[in-house]
Write a protein that binds this ligand. Structure first.
Ligand code: PFF
Length: 447
């Protein structure tokens, strides 16, 4: 046993039941749902891909999500110390540290995008965004300046402020305000999008099933996205799990988090495609979808500045409820490891993360020296975290829960039938599929 003084639980700063579910959904729902999910769904077969995504969530995503929550609640520590405590072996801490580093790396570039969202929210509300219709040029000009660094700082500052306040008065309170706000914005924007002339075409692009597009590649893309979308493999759900009440049902929580994430992804698609299709705009992908294609659509619609502003506000809230969960991972770890207080740890880790994010923020602009091997620093961070660390982290969880920690079932508190199903998935199905994702996303396997 680790010394009790390092125990998260002993600090007594835990989630309430509802607060935990909100915070976990807040972590899952993020930029991934808004710009990646709609795009890959449109590209890889519409409703057929959506179905595949649901299967991936059920077969691999939810079992690993439950595994992470169980590890956190059972270990009552950071993503490293929980593994050590539950296995009784120090070596497991090393695996935990890999995931913790993943959170740190994701946060460094994710915070940059959160900053873009805030900048665009203000540009849209003020109308400045529409003073010039060259949206690609505007986005490039913005990225060639230092403004992204300034906004990344704002995003990191807000994130750190929440973490500085702690679990119940920081993370929980923040999510209790911003997750409902996010839902209101989502519903409002969805109604606007679906009532536009030509909305049907967008909906059909998004949801028309095309089974001919389903390939080995689409399976791996769906799996990889199920992971990213549920915030797995990065120690996030282990860390949040450590603050959950012993009496809370983790099985029910897992279903609620998965369902919330799925619903959000679906609604995001029902906003983005009707809007772009109504104005005959090529949806594009990633940054260009949100920061170039959508502004063109907002420009063309009545009161577009308002809907544009609300859209970027939604993007900002979605991003911040995720960045908060990412920062908590290294903060919980360093606090334990060095015995520092939460406030000092938050300031130090937040500052470091901001600094590592600076080259990411600048590498999208004109700083060629920040591009190595054809990839900008930003894309390297994304590649290392999302394509390498994330599947490795997920694999570790399956092995730990499936083969190493014998009492995982007791902590999960499932009925016998659910337990059997869960352990089967975690032992035999998930590791194989996660390995396949790793080989594919790291470039070792080509399809
Ligand atoms: N789930 C978030 C999204 O879909 O945008 C991103 C994310 C958050 C990934 C936290 C990983 C993580 F640990």
């Amino acid at each position: 046993h680790e010394p009790a003084k390092q125990d998260q639980a002993s600090s007594g700063d835990n989630f309430s039941r509802g607060g935990f579910i909100l915070a976990a959904i807040g972590s899952a729902v993020g930029l991934g749902n808004l710009w990646k999910f709609p795009y890959i769904t449109g590209m890889y077969g519409g409703a057929a891909f959506f179905l595949l995504f649901i299967i991936c969530l059920l077969l691999v995503g939810l079992p690993i999500l439950l595994g992470e929550l169980v590890i956190g609640r059972g270990g009552r520590g950071s993503a490293a110390s929980s593994l050590v405590r539950l296995s009784g072996k120090k070596a497991w801490g090393g695996f935990g540290v890999i995931s913790i580093a993943g959170s740190f790396f994701i946060l460094s570039f994710y915070g940059v995008v959160a900053g873009w969202a805030m900048h665009y929210m203000i540009l849209s509300f003020s109308g400045e965004l529409f003073s010039n219709s060259d949206f690609a040029g505007q986005f490039a000009g913005f990225n060639a300046s230092w403004l992204p660094v300034l906004w990344q700082f704002v995003a990191m500052f807000l994130t750190a402020f929440v973490i500085y306040k702690g679990v119940s008065s920081g993370i929980e309170k923040f999510n209790k305000i911003f997750l409902p706000a996010l839902v209101v914005l989502l519903v409002l924007l969805m109604i606007r999008a679906l009532t536009m002339d030509g909305a049907a075409e967008g909906v059909s692009f998004f949801l028309r099933p095309d089974f001919s597009k389903l390939t080995g590649e689409s399976v791996l893309v769906a799996l990889g996205h199920a992971f990213f979308s549920l915030s797995l493999g990065m120690g996030t759900m282990i860390t949040y799990g450590a603050y959950v009440d012993k009496r809370q049902s983790l099985g029910t929580a897992t279903l609620a988090i998965g369902g919330g994430d799925l619903l959000y992804a679906l609604m995001a698609g029902l906003i983005i495609f009707p809007i772009t299709f109504s104005f005959g705009i090529e949806p594009g992908q990633g940054p260009s979808l949100v920061f170039i294609a959508l502004p063109a659509a907002f420009e063309a619609m009545p009161a577009g500045w308002l809907f544009g502003g609300l859209f970027f506000m939604m993007l900002t809230f979605a991003a911040l409820t995720s960045t908060v969960s990412l920062l908590e991972v290294p903060v919980a770890y360093i606090q334990e490891k060095l015995g520092w207080g939460r406030k000092l740890t938050t300031v130090v880790v937040g500052t470091l993360c901001f600094l590592i994010g600076v080259p990411s923020a600048l590498s999208i602009g004109q700083y060629d020296w920040l591009t190595f091997g054809g990839k900008a620093f930003f894309d390297w961070m994304d590649f290392i975290a999302s394509n390498i660390i994330l599947p490795v982290g997920g694999f570790i969880v399956t092995i730990f829960v499936g083969y190493v920690w014998q009492q995982a079932g007791e902590e999960a508190g499932l009925t016998a039938a659910w337990f059997k199903l869960w352990i089967f998935m975690v032992r035999y199905v998930a590791p194989v599929l996660v390995l396949a994702v790793f080989l594919y996303t790291s470039g070792l396997l080509e399809l």
